[in-house]
Design a protein around this ligand. Structure first.
Ligand code: PMP
Length: 425
């Protein structure tokens, strides 16, 4: 790919070193008369020059397949609400009832004054869905990943992390102080080589992976990862953020998809995608969960999940467990969109995907922004994803169970029209 600057720190999301940066050890004298905040404006200029500048856009409607973005009605292909539950009236009703009964906030951390039966009910429901002994809910998926990896590993340990893992996993590894090595994306040969070279030099080892990679849409080779974990006496932590509710006969995720429920694993995830609420979770053995309650800073030192978020997530898990039709509808839509795209646009540079996340790879950030804005003019919301979130720019489409056939058709027609007038290389 051409045109993308180097990523230097994908975990922090820092685009690249700010030119003219001075620091300890540079040999230059630090001028104490300078404005200590001035560097922020220079960093912003650098970000803008690379076409990497981002800012949030206002969504004015309920979540769904049609949304109002910055005042325009658009078909929504930019949501992680794969089952269409975030705007579901049953979740909304559960959130309202819980707010009326328990108030708007948990008012304290779970270990002090913020623990409610509702939290326990949700944790039991997650453990049932996942087939694990126990589960623990966090204020977000990010905090679940960050805190869990940091609690499981320390300075004497080794963390082996897929290069394409989510920022929360990468930052968790950094925070742990463990020796961290990024192995090549889904590359079992590279992972084995790293284990062979380094495993015996460290006390404990954790292999860390997304189950569905959020910005490519491919899935990790879980059975083989589990074999390697066994062979090298390593723990395996898997982030099911984009798989829960989507994969597996009962919606338990990639672990269920590969028929590996009950294996020794640390499962993490979010309540904010298929589950349509806010929060995160860890599921695993009872001792793992007990240990996290005592050692995981991002759970111990933060306020418990709000009653509304907790109740909405609980209602969603009930729906996911009892309505397989939603998942079937989602997969029908995924198959239909992939078929339309490959039949009508055989040259389209699609990143190989096994999930509802479908990405069109583009040569650079400017092209991605340009195509994203042309799609918006055609009535389609599909975000341009650029570095440092990903190594190469792309348009990311995500399919929902609630998309209608005409909406998929309109998306493909718009892509067809835009690409016929755009040079991609
Ligand atoms: N893991 C992955 C793979 C994700 O894509 C995300 C969110 N984009 C998270 C974790 C974080 O989840 P949350 O939004 O609940 O913080």
């Amino acid at each position: 790919m051409v045109g993308e600057p180097d990523r230097t720190n994908s975990a922090s999301g820092a685009p690249f070193q700010d030119s003219g940066e001075r620091g300890a050890g540079s040999g230059d004298r630090v001028d104490l008369a300078l404005d200590p905040y001035e560097w922020i404006d220079r960093a912003l200029v650098t970000i803008k020059q690379a076409d990497w500048h981002r800012s949030p856009r206002v969504i004015e409607s309920l979540p769904g397949t049609e949304v109002v973005v910055d005042g325009c009605e658009l078909l929504n292909f930019g949501s992680n609400d794969y089952l269409g539950l975030a705007g579901d009236e049953r979740l909304i009703a559960a959130a309202i009832t819980a707010t009326q009964r328990f108030g708007t906030g948990a008012t304290g951390s779970r270990l002090t004054s913020g623990h409610k039966q509702l939290h326990q009910d949700l944790e039991n429901a997650i453990a049932r869905l996942k087939g694990t002994e126990a589960a623990l809910v966090f204020s977000s998926g990010y905090l679940a990943n960050l805190g869990t990896i940091a609690a499981l590993a320390g300075k004497k340990d080794l963390v082996l992390s897929d290069r394409a893992n989510h920022s929360s996993l990468k930052n968790g590894a950094l925070l742990s102080g463990a020796k961290t090595i990024d192995y090549q994306h889904c590359d079992l040969g590279d992972l084995r080589q790293q284990l062979e070279l380094h495993r015996t030099n460290y006390r404990r080892c954790t292999i860390v992976t997304d189950s569905v990679f959020s910005m490519d849409g491919d899935i990790c080779p879980l059975p083989q990862l589990l074999d390697l974990a066994r062979e090298y006496n390593a723990m395996l932590a898997i982030d099911e953020a984009h798989a829960t509710g989507v994969f597996g006969a009962t919606g338990a995720g990639i672990v269920e998809h590969f028929d590996l429920v009950g294996q020794p694993l640390i499962e993490m995830g979010t309540l904010s995608k298929s589950i349509g609420s806010l929060g995160g979770y860890v599921a695993g053995s009872a001792s793992l969960i007990d240990f996290l309650k005592n050692r995981c800073a991002s759970w111990i030192y933060t306020t418990g999940l709000s009653p509304a978020d907790t109740a909405a997530a609980l209602a969603a898990i009930e729906i996911i467990s009892t309505t397989p039709q939603l998942r079937q509808q989602l997969w029908q839509n995924v198959t239909c969109l992939k078929q339309l795209l490959t039949e009508r646009l055989p040259q389209l540079p699609l990143i190989p995907s096994a999930s509802p996340i479908i990405c069109i790879e583009l040569p650079d950030a400017r092209t991605a922004l340009n195509i994203g804005s042309q799609l918006q003019q055609a009535g389609i919301f599909a975000p341009a994803i650029r570095p440092p979130t990903v190594p190469t720019s792309r348009i990311r489409l995500s399919v929902m169970a609630t998309h209608q056939a005409w909406q998929l058709e309109r998306l493909v027609t718009a892509i067809e029209r835009i690409l016929s007038s755009t040079q991609l290389s």
